[in-house]
Design a protein around this ligand. Structure first.
Ligand code: FAD
Length: 392
């Protein structure tokens, strides 16, 4: 098995790194924002992402007829990993979820309207699947879409719509047939300024803002329906496989592990080097090994996904489950080993490991929930990989 990247792939990474060196300002890149660094939520971050678009790095894997370059998926993986390592915003929902689904299932009008804007980074999206009574069981979503002339009236509530407080467009699922759970959901694109839509920000344990969104007789034209009526859940499932992998990058895990190792090698506790403590040595050795396992699971997904076709579902679930749970273990270890200093917040001068452990400890809880909880990933693996009977 050869885990090396090709010369062309290495040259691409070098070009990305050079570009990132030129754009390295605190407004654009900040590893201490944890995965919130993914968001394209400020003018500086929008400008950075537009520059990525100018370089042809947005949608490079898309078909040429839609402005892409049909580049193998490994290039998007390498780009995303480089961006994550530097705490730069990442090519997220627009290219991956909205763009790829529109290419597969969208009407000509929606492709014409949105794909060029995504490539030029002229539009930011929020994704609305989750509702107060429909999280893990996304097919239970109930936001009502009722026919009204040439469009639809939306009534109900979404919850945990990240980015909705700054996004331009909303990518959401709504119930168009109450009699059929899985085949009764339709996807829509809705402008965030549409009358009747109210966005209420909610802070999370990881300092991230997410949102509740309320729909009061909100009108959406039928031309903004994505794909076929009542097939939304199928499209959402396809997109989630892509999201689970692309949103949970490996390089921040590796980076946190490197920082923890460097801390253990150089620091002392009660006059004794930490590196001589047998319990700490054992814990670090296990985590380093597990970090290598996460890398391999990620690369295996990339290798399979690069061969084309649908994203390999169980591989993306395995990677998401393993990587996010490992992130939590590394954060716990950093907080324990460096205590009490590691309880200091990021902004505190002289906090060990740049003050990251305290925020990472809180943030990594979210990673095991967003994009599908760990329990849900285990169910997917049990059913689809091991052939065990469903428990839901
Ligand atoms: C910070 C953050 C950002 C998010 N961003 C978005 C977003 O942008 N868009 C969006 O649509 N959603 C988003 N989500 C929602 C996220 O996908 C859901 O929170 C998640 O799917 C879990 O749903 P729930 O919170 O309703 O929990 P529930 O589904 O109510 O689950 C509660 C508990 O029960 C467990 N459980 C549920 N079903 C089963 C089962 N069948 N077997 C075993 N255990 C089970 C779960 O694992 C969990 O531990 C975000 C969530 C967070 C925390």
């Amino acid at each position: 098995m050869n885990f090396d990247f090709s010369e062309a792939e290495k040259a691409f990474v070098q070009a990305v790194e050079q570009f990132l060196d030129q754009c390295d300002t605190p407004e654009v890149m900040d590893v201490t924002r944890e995965n919130m660094a993914q968001l394209v939520d400020t003018p500086e971050r929008r400008a950075f992402m537009s520059k990525c678009g100018e370089r042809g790095w947005l949608g490079m894997g898309w078909p040429k007829e839609y402005g892409g370059n049909e580049t193998e998926g490994v290039y998007e993986y390498l780009l995303n990993e480089s961006l994550a390592r530097r705490g730069a915003p990442q090519i997220g929902k627009g290219v991956g979820i909205v763009g790829k689904t529109l290419i597969r299932h969208g009407s000509d009008k929606l492709k014409r309207e949105f794909l060029p804007k995504i490539l030029r980074n002229e539009v930011q999206f929020a994704v609305g699947y989750t509702e107060p009574e429909a999280g893990s069981d996304a097919a239970a979503m109930a936001l009502k879409a009722t026919r009204d002339g040439d469009g639809w009236r939306l009534n109900g509530q979404k919850i945990f719509s990240t980015s909705a407080h700054f996004a331009d467009w909303y990518w959401l699922g709504a119930r168009t047939d109450p009699s059929n759970k899985h085949r009764g959901i339709t996807l829509f694109l809705l402008h965030m300024d549409t009358p009747g839509l109210t966005v209420q920000p909610m802070p999370t344990i990881g300092d991230e803002i997410t949102n509740s969104v309320y729909f009061d007789n909100v009108y959406v034209g039928d031309e903004y329906r994505v794909g076929e009526l009542n097939k939304g859940f199928q499209y959402i499932s396809e997109a989630l496989d892509l999201e689970r992998f692309t949103m949970f990058t490996f390089s921040p895990i590796e980076q946190r592990m490197e920082e923890l190792c460097a801390y253990v090698v150089t620091e002392q506790c009660d006059g004794r080097p930490l590196r001589e403590d047998l319990v700490i040595r054992q814990r670090i050795a296990q985590l380093v090994t597990q970090t290598e396992v996460a890398r391999c699971l990620g690369l295996r997904f990339v290798a399979k996904a690069s061969k084309g076709g649908a994203a390999p579902t169980t591989d993306s679930s395995q990677y998401k489950l393993y990587a996010t749970e490992l992130s939590k273990r590394i954060a716990n270890a950093a907080l324990d080993i460096g205590a009490p200093g590691t309880q200091l917040r990021v902004q505190t001068a002289d906090a060990p490991m740049r003050g990251r452990p305290e925020l990472t400890y809180r943030y990594t809880v979210i990673d095991t929930i967003g994009g599908g909880t760990s329990e849900v990933q285990k169910n997917i693996i049990a059913r689809r990989k091991l052939g065990l009977p469903p428990n839901f």
